[in-house]
Design a protein around this ligand. Structure first.
Ligand code: GDP
Length: 441
């Protein structure tokens, strides 16, 4: 198979269309040849120089721009990289790319620059994912989380666990391979104790309420309550568009309708669910089943009821806990007579908009309280799965009948941890064995 990194790739680093500038990046072994053919002698590394860019065939001037040269390995991809800052027109970009293609370079595949950066050890898999998340971030909290991951904090945690496990395995292997060596008698207890500590740390990290994943995918807020309470109207009011159909006929919202909103920098997915009431036809019952399921899975619930029927609020009691906000609607018809402390009930009118800002403030505070994240947290199901596997392997090692079996459990756990950052190798194990035990001496 051809090594794809033997090829030199190029791609515009800026969005297509008219702009003041367009940046074109070139990466790979032929970057130097391409740059010198287009722009003359190589500039010193990492120093911007203004050049005339000329088609080497026919000497036609293509543009007048800035060039930069990043020799390997000190570049974004770890390969030789050239950057061309061109005038941002389609014609200029097309002309330069045509010349590059003629010189034997090819257009990069999606994500290929990042992929090469990973292959060359410039970034780990977590950082590669963070780059994708950063590009897709829609709210401030998502941007902050992606940047945190890009800085490498998460990778440091997982690599730290992996290093500790490599050390534990090394100790265990030494005990297996050299039974006659005089190993400290307490080694068994130490391995056990350290494994327990490691499992506890991984489990604590896993027990984060999926905050990172939720921040990445959007925090689920379900609007629930009896039929006709005004759930669809509330959703429409919040979304400021007609996302759900409102109707004076009870039981018309038969499925779940979602609207994604940015609430003070946090991504929230609001879902309007079918009315909760007994009876109805099969479709209505199905709608109700989905509503209940959705409401149960949601992180936060807005329980909407008609302010004229305060007794309806009791319906919210099937969801215990602080994450249900009671909303008394239609206060334009009947003023809310009960307590209107935000922590108890928020009175609103979905029709006139009264109280909506207050409701959004209360909801926003609840979301910010729950999802304000300072330390690096899990952001993807892929990481969670690998960590759960690692923890399971380590827990299994406690019951291993033979040290060899326990070593195998350790190796499985190592592989799971290694998969997260993309560094699965066991060569480093040998280094540790010899460093810690000086066996060959
Ligand atoms: P859902 O079944 O809970 O989704 O309720 P809808 O949003 O479909 O609303 C049911 C009926 O109540 C519709 O006729 C709405 O126009 C009306 N409605 C909703 N909110 C208000 C409100 O704040 N004030 C008044 N007067 N009517 C409302």
């Amino acid at each position: 198979m051809n090594d794809p990194t033997a090829e030199t790739i190029f791609a515009p680093a800026t969005a297509a269309g008219r702009a003041a500038l367009a940046v074109l990046r070139i990466s790979g072994p032929d970057a130097e040849r391409a740059l010198t053919q287009l722009a003359g002698a190589l500039p010193p590394p990492r120093v911007a120089q203004r050049r005339r860019l000329v088609d080497p065939q026919g000497e036609e001037q293509l543009d007048d721009g800035i060039i930069l040269w990043f020799p390997a390995p000190r570049s974004a991809t770890g390969e030789d990289v050239a950057e061309l800052h061109l005038h941002g027109s389609r014609a200029v970009l097309a002309a330069v790319m045509q010349v590059l293609a003629r010189l034997g370079l090819r257009l990069a595949e999606p994500g290929e620059f990042t992929r090469r950066a990973f292959l060359n050890g410039k970034i780990d898999l977590l950082q590669a994912e963070a780059i994708a998340d950063l590009a897709a971030a829609e709210t401030d909290a998502q941007r902050r989380q992606a940047l945190r991951q890009l800085r490498g904090g998460l990778g440091d945690i997982y690599r730290g666990w992996r290093d500790r496990l490599v050390r534990l395995l090394a100790h265990l292997e030494a005990a297996i391979d050299f039974p006659d060596e005089d190993l400290p008698p307490e080694i068994e207890n130490r391995i056990l104790g350290e494994t327990e500590g490691l499992v506890a740390e991984i489990e604590r990290h896993l027990a984060d309420g999926r905050r990172g994943e939720r921040l990445r995918d959007g925090i689920d807020v379900a609007i629930v309550g009896p039929p006709n309470a005004g759930k669809s109207s509330l959703l429409n009011r919040i979304a400021r568009r007609d996302a759900a159909i409102t109707s004076p006929v009870a039981g018309t919202t038969r499925d779940v309708i979602e609207v994604a909103i940015d609430l003070g920098g946090y991504p929230v997915v609001l879902a309007d669910t079918a009315g909760l009431r007994d009876g109805g036809d099969a479709i209505e019952q199905e709608g109700r089943r989905r509503a209940v399921q959705r409401a149960e899975q949601a992180e936060i619930r807005l329980f909407v009821f008609d302010a004229a029927n305060p007794a309806d609020a009791a319906g919210a009691s099937i969801w215990r806990g602080a994450d249900t906000i009671l909303v008394a609607n239609k206060i334009d018809l009947a003023p809310w007579a009960g307590p209107d402390l935000a922590s108890v009930v928020v009175p609103i009118s979905a029709l006139t908009g009264e109280g909506i800002d207050r409701l959004l403030t209360v909801l926003g505070e609840r979301v910010a309280e729950t999802y304000r994240i300072e330390a690096p947290v899990l952001t993807r199901a892929r990481h969670r799965q690998a960590l759960e596997e690692a923890a399971a392997s380590l827990r299994r090692s406690f019951c291993a009948a033979l040290p060899e079996l326990r070593a195998e459990d350790f190796r499985l756990a190592l592989r799971s941890l290694g998969r997260i950052t993309g560094a699965v190798d066991v060569e480093d194990l040998l280094d540790v064995i010899f460093r810690d035990f000086c066996i060959g001496k």
